[in-house]
Design a protein around this ligand. Structure first.
Ligand code: MTE
Ligand code: LUZ
Ligand code: MOS
Length: 764
C-alpha cells in the first residue's frame, strides 16, 4: 500500500495541461470584474462619483452593496464580513463596489476612474493599542490548568518578557478566482478556486437569495490554498455570482496579485507577553502566556485559530500549571485567516522561544532543556486542555535525529568556529513538534465519497475533499485501488462537486486524506462486499477464500481478471457503485471551558538546522538541515516527503524573510513579490536530509497513516532558533537576543548590535 506513485496530475502540471479555474473555456458573452478597494483604513463613505466609470470603454455595469438581493455577508462563522462595503470601510483594501466590463483590462481601467469621498474615522493598527482599548472581534479566551500564579511565586528562577511573530501572506501561485454561469430556472454553476466548495455554495445562496440546490460549485484543483482559500474565496465567489445573477451573463472575477494581497487576510501575527517559572535545570514549573492575535477588521476564522494556538502552546512539553490567554484584536487591516497550522505554529512558537530563553538563562544546551520538559510516554502526559497524549514518540524521534544529524559534535564545531570567526557566526538548533489532528470543531470531522466502477473495470472516485497540490486525490485513488486490489492508474479522481457529495467540510486541518480516504474506502468496500457475495453464491466458495490482488480476483482454486469479473457482475445486475461515509470517532470538546479530547491523534517531528549569519549585513544562509517527521505508515512516501520539505521551507520563510509592512495610514506596502520575499530555490539548504520516522498510527486511521499537510510547517522553527543561536554567540551565549520573527536582515542586525552593546557594557 505504502507506495510512491506519482501525483495524479504531475504529468499535467509539468506540461501546462492541468486545468485551473481560469483555464476553463469561457462562454460567449462572459463579462469580467474589477473591484474598487478602499483607500482609507477607517472611514464613512460620503459619496461616490461613478460618471467617469460609466463612460469608460467596455463598461457594462456596477455592483454595489445595494444590488445584493440577500445578505451582504461572507463571514464563515460570525456575520461581520460584508461582501461589499456598505457606507463604512474598515481597512485599506476592502472591496467597495465592483465594475463589470467586457474585458478585465476595461474593467480595471474603468474602476480607477471612480471618485470616492470619505469622512475619516480613528483607526487602530497596533495590537497592544487594540488590547488596551478592548478592541476585539471575539471575547477573550482563557485556558488554565493547575495554579500558575502560585507555582510562579514558588519557582527558583523566573523570566518574563515580550516578543512578536509576524503574519504571512499565502502566496498561492494561482490567485483567487471565481467564474459564475447562470443556468436555467435561476440556477448557477460556479467554478472557483476554493478549499471549501460547500461553504461557497451556502454563502452564494444567502447573498443571491437562492436555495443551496440551485447552486453547483465545481473545483478540480487549486494552484495552492494553504488556508487562504478556506474562507476567503467566498468574497470573490459571491461577487461573480451576484453579478452573474444581476446581468444574467457569465461573470468571472479574477484578482491580480496586488489586489489579492491587499484584499485578503493572512496568517495572524501575534504579540506575546509571558512569565515563566523554572528550576536550575530548566524544568518549567509555571507558564503565564498572553497572546494577542492580529485578527484584522472581522472575525473570519480567528476563533478556531485562537483555540488552536491555545491547544498548541504546550507543543511537546508537559505544562502542569498554566494560564494561557488568547485575545483576537480588532484592527483596521485585512481580516486574517487560516494559514497552514491554523494558529498552532504561533502557539508552539511562543513556548519554543521561552524554552530558548530558559536554556541560555540556566546555561544548558537547549536540546537538553527541551528533552527535560517533554511529555512522558505513560505518565506526565495530560495536556493543559485535558487530553491524554497516548501516542508520544517524541523521545525516540528526537534521539534518532540527534544521532543522524550528529548534533552534539556539530554543536562543538559551531562553538569552535565562532571562537575564531568574528564577523561570520554559525548557529545550530534542534526543535521538536507535536501537532493535534482533527478539526477543533467536532462536527466538521466527517466526509463522504462516491465510487463508480464502470463495466470496463475502470474506476471513478469522487469525494468531498479538494486538491490543492498536496496529493489528496492521489492518496484517495491509492486507497480505492488498494481496497479493490487494482492498479492506482485504473482509478481516476474527479473534480469536487457539491452536486455529487453534499455537506462537505473544508479541506483543512490536515484531515483531507484521513477523512476522505476513509469515506472512499467505505464506498469501495461496499462494492467489493457485493462482488464477494456474488462470487461466493455463484461458485459456492467461502467468502474468506476470495481475495483481490494485482488486478486478479482469486476465489477458492480459481481466478478471474478484475475487469472480467466486473463485466460478469454487471450482467448479473450487481450494483457497481456506492457512496461512503466517515466520521472520526471519540472526539469531544467543551468550547466554553476549552477542555476535552479534540484530537484523534498527534503527529510528531523534529528538525535540526545549521545556519551562518553575517553580523555586518544581517544576511543568513542555511548550511544544512536534517528533518525527521512522523507521517505514520505513509500512504505515499514521495508525496509526504514533498509536503515535509515544502512545509519546512514555508515555515522558514514565515520566520525569516517574509515581512508584512503597513505604513502609518494602514496601507500594506508589501503587496507584490518585489517587496514581499518568499523563499526561492537558492534559499534551500545546501545539504537537506529529509526522512520519514518509522511509525504506525496507534489509532485506526486510514492505512494507519498520519496527516502530514500542516504539522511539518513547525519544522521551520529550527531555522529561526539557529539564527538566534548565532546571534547569541556575539555575547558568549549569555544574553537572550531580542530577536523577533521574522528574522529579517534588519532584525538580525539590530539583535546583534544589542547583544554586542550589552556584552561590552558588562565588561566595562
Ligand atoms: N500543499 C500544497 N502543495 N498546497 C497547499 O495549498 N495546503 C496545506 C497542506 N499542504 C497546501 C499543501 C494546508 S493549509 C492543509 S490544511 C493541507 O495541505 C490540506 O490538505 P490535506 O488535509 O489533504 O493534507
Ligand atoms: N478548526 C481547525 C477549524 O482546527 N482547523 C481548521 O482549519 C478549521 N476551520 C474552520 C473552523 N475550525
Ligand atoms: Mo489548512 S490552514 O487547515 O487550510
Amino acid at each position: 500500500m505504502s507506495k510512491s506513485v506519482p501525483h495524479e496530475s504531475a504529468h499535467l502540471h509539468v506540461t501546462g495541461n492541468a486545468t485551473f479555474a481560469d483555464d476553463i473555456p469561457q462562454l460567449e458573452g462572459t463579462l469580467f470584474v474589477a473591484l474598487f478597494i478602499s483607500e482609507k483604513a477607517h472611514a464613512n463613505i460620503q459619496s461616490i462619483d461613478f460618471s467617469a466609470v460609466e463612460a469608460s470603454t467596455g463598461f457594462v455595469s456596477i455592483l454595489t452593496a445595494e444590488d445584493i438581493p440577500g445578505v451582504n455577508d461572507c463571514g464563515p462563522i460570525i456575520h461581520d464580513n460584508p461582501i461589499l462595503a456598505n457606507e463604512k470601510v474598515s481597512y485599506i483594501g476592502q472591496p467597495v463596489f465592483a465594475v463589470v466590463a467586457d474585458s478585465f483590462l476595461n474593467a480595471r481601467k474603468a474602476v480607477k476612474k471612480a471618485k470616492v469621498s470619505y469622512e475619516e474615522l480613528d483607526a487602530i493598527f497596533d495590537l497592544n493599542e487594540a488590547d488596551n482599548n478592548n478592541s476585539y472581534v471575539l471575547p477573550p479566551m482563557v485556558l488554565q490548568k493547575g495554579n500558575a500564579q502560585n507555582k510562579l511565586d514558588q519557582a527558583d528562577r523566573k523570566l518574563e518578557g515580550r516578543f512578536k511573530v509576524g503574519g504571512q501572506e499565502h502566496f498561492y501561485l494561482e490567485g483567487q478566482v471565481a467564474y459564475a454561469v447562470p443556468k436555467e430556472d435561476g440556477c448557477l454553476h460556479l467554478w472557483c478556486s476554493t478549499q471549501h466548495p460547500t461553504e461557497m455554495q451556502h454563502l452564494v445562496a444567502k447573498s443571491c437569495l437562492l436555495d443551496a440546490n440551485q447552486i453547483v460549485v465545481e473545483m478540480r484543483r487549486m494552484g495552492g490554498g494553504f488556508g487562504g482559500k478556506e474562507s476567503q474565496s467566498a468574497l470573490f465567489c459571491c461577487i461573480a455570482s451576484l453579478a452573474a445573477k444581476k446581468l444574467n451573463r457569465p461573470v468571472k472575477c479574477r484578482l491580480d496579485r496586488d489586489d489579492d494581497m491587499l484584499i485578503t487576510g493572512k496568517r495572524h501575527h501575534f504579540n506575546y507577553d509571558y512569565h515563566v517559572g523554572f528550576d536550575k535545570t530548566g524544568k518549567i514549573k509555571s507558564l503565564q502566556l498572553k497572546m494577542l492575535l492580529g485578527a484584522g477588521y472581522s472575525a473570519d476564522l480567528s476563533g478556531p485559530v485562537a483555540t488552536r494556538a491555545l491547544c498548541h502552546a504546550d507543543n511537546a512539553y508537559l505544562l502542569d500549571d498554566v494560564d494561557l490567554g488568547a485575545y483576537c484584536c480588532k484592527t483596521n487591516t485585512q481580516s486574517n485567516t487560516a494559514f497552514r497550522g491554523f494558529g498552532g505554529p504561533q502557539g508552539a512558537f511562543a513556548t519554543e522561544y521561552i524554552i530558548d530563553n530558559i536554556s541560555r538563562s540556566v546555561g544548558v544546551d537547549s536540546l537538553d532543556v527541551r528533552k527535560l520538559n517533554f511529555y512522558g510516554k505513560t505518565e506526565n502526559n495530560i495536556t493543559p486542555y485535558g487530553q491524554l497524549v497516548e501516542d508520544n514518540v517524541i523521545h525516540e524521534l528526537v534521539d534518532e535525529l540527534e544521532k543522524s544529524s550528529d548534533y552534539r559534535s556539530r554543536r562543538k564545531e559551531v562553538q569552535a568556529f565562532n571562537q575564531t570567526s568574528t564577523i561570520i557566526k554559525k548557529g545550530l538548533a534542534l526543535t521538536p513538534l507535536k501537532f493535534g489532528i482533527s478539526f477543533n470543531v467536532v462536527h466538521f470531522n466527517q466526509a463522504g465519497a462516491l465510487v463508480h466502477i464502470y463495466t470496463d473495470g475502470s474506476v471513478l472516485v469522487n469525494h468531498g475533499g479538494t486538491e490543492m497540490g498536496q496529493g489528496l486525490n492521489t492518496k484517495v485513488a491509492q486507497v480505492v485501488a488498494n481496497e479493490l486490489g487494482i492498479n492506482p492508474k485504473q482509478v481516476r479522481a474527479t473534480a469536487t462537486d457539491t452536486s455529487k457529495v453534499a455537506n462537505t467540510s473544508a479541506t483543512a486541518a490536515s484531515t483531507g486524506s484521513d477523512l476522505n480516504g476513509k469515506a472512499a474506502q467505505d464506498a469501495a468496500r461496499q462494492i467489493k462486499d457485493r462482488l464477494v457475495t456474488f462470487l461466493s453464491e455463484t461458485y459456492s466458495v467461502e467468502k474468506g477464500k476470495i481475495s483481490f490482488i494485482d488486478n486478479v480476483v482469486v476465489f477458492g482454486t480459481e481466478k478471474i481478471e478484475f475487469n472480467a469479473l466486473i463485466q460478469m457482475a454487471y450482467e448479473a445486475r450487481i450494483q457497481l457503485w456506492s457512496d461512503g461515509f466517515y466520521k472520526t470517532p471519540g472526539l469531544h470538546w467543551d468550547k466554553e471551558k476549552l477542555t476535552g479530547s479534540p484530537f484523534y491523534y498527534y503527529a510528531y517531528g523534529a528538525s535540526v538546522s545549521e545556519v551562518v549569519i553575517d553580523t555586518l549585513t544581517g544576511e543568513f544562509k542555511i548550511l544544512r538541515a536534517d528533518l525527521l517527521h512522523d507521517a505514520g505508515n505513509s500512504i505515499n512516501p514521495a508525496i509526504d516527503l514533498g509536503q515535509i520539505e515544502g512545509a519546512y521551507i514555508q515555515g522558514m520563510g514565515w520566520l525569516t524573510t517574509e515581512e508584512l509592512v503597513w505604513n502609518d495610514e494602514g496601507r500594506l506596502l508589501t503587496h507584490a513579490p518585489s517587496t514581499y520575499k518568499i523563499p526561492a530555490v537558492s534559499d534551500c539548504p545546501a545539504e537537506f536530509n529529509v526522512k520519514l520516522f518509522k511509525n504506525q498510527n496507534v489509532k485506526d486511521s486510514i492505512m494507519r497513516s498520519k496527516a502530514v499537510g500542516e504539522p511539518p510547517l513547525l519544522l521551520g522553527f529550527s531555522v529561526f532558533f539557529a539564527i538566534r543561536d548565532a546571534v547569541a554567540s556575539v555575547a558568549e551565549y549569555k544574553i537572550n537576543p531580542p530577536l523577533n520573527a521574522p528574522a529579517t536582515a534588519e532584525e538580525i542586525l539590530s539583535a546583534v548590535d544589542f547583544c554586542r552593546d550589552q556584552a561590552s557594557g558588562s565588561v566595562k
